[in-house]
Design a protein. Structure first.
Lengths: 110, 115
């Protein structure tokens, strides 16, 4: 079973829409969770950490469900600049190797 | 915030050349760094874990004699693609974390093109 699984999409949404991505992880011992975004032909950039109680950063909300082993990312009021691939990460510690899934591709359309 | 620098950002060279890529953690020490490769429209694939002061750990299917990794200091890991061929053309990215439970930060990546 893969370490993380995501719907690769693509998700094509109009500007201003709300879009949600889910990610399931296989290792129940995972302690640290993150969302990254990767633009075409660029390196992944950290979008936000995911905390047990859920956390929000502007238009972005991340949530963790340990019982079901999934994390989610909600993007409100989508902007054209949100178009990217979103990668979730679940790790036991930051020194563990990170196995990325394919990510979820988002295209925000005018 | 934590910064990881990678150099060079772009390499174009002839088949058979060996290419060295450097990954530096600029404001923190990293006993472990990771090297990834990404082909167009594909996922980031972990190649190896670089361990300061000891041998790198390679993922299955990655040739250690082809991709030499040296992690001689707490702020520098190098990946050398030896005798590179066109099929080695790819986007190579390194990452490191500033501390336990801290996220990985990525270098800008190196786009390698072998002619």
């Amino acid at each position: 079973r893969k370490e993380v699984e995501q719907d690769p999409g693509p998700f094509n949404v109009p500007e201003g829409a709300t879009v949600a991505f889910n990610c399931t992880y296989s290792n129940s011992a995972s302690q640290s969770f993150f969302w990254y975004r990767q633009d075409c032909r660029k390196e992944p950039k950290l979008l936000m950490s995911v905390y047990s109680s859920g956390n929000e950063d502007g238009r972005f909300t991340a949530q963790l469900n340990r019982a079901s082993q999934y994390i989610s990312l909600l993007i409100r009021d989508s902007k054209l600049s949100d178009s990217a691939t979103y990668l979730c990460v679940a790790m036991k510690t930051s020194y563990d190797k990170v196995i990325f899934g394919p990510g979820t591709s988002l295209s925000v359309i005018p | 915030g934590a910064v990881v620098s990678q150099h060079p950002s772009r390499v174009i060279c002839k088949s058979g050349t060996s290419v060295k890529i450097e990954c530096r953690s600029l404001d923190f020490q990293a006993t472990t760094m990771f090297w990834y490769r990404q082909f167009p429209k594909q996922s980031l694939m972990l190649m190896a874990t670089s361990n300061e002061g000891s041998k790198a750990t390679y993922e299955q299917g990655v040739e250690k004699d082809k991709f030499l990794i040296n992690h001689a200091s707490l702020t520098l890991s190098t990946l050398t693609v030896t005798s590179a061929h066109p099929e080695d053309s790819s986007f190579y990215i390194c990452s490191a974390s500033p501390g336990i439970n801290q996220p990985q930060h990525f270098g800008d990546g190196t786009r390698l093109s072998i002619l």
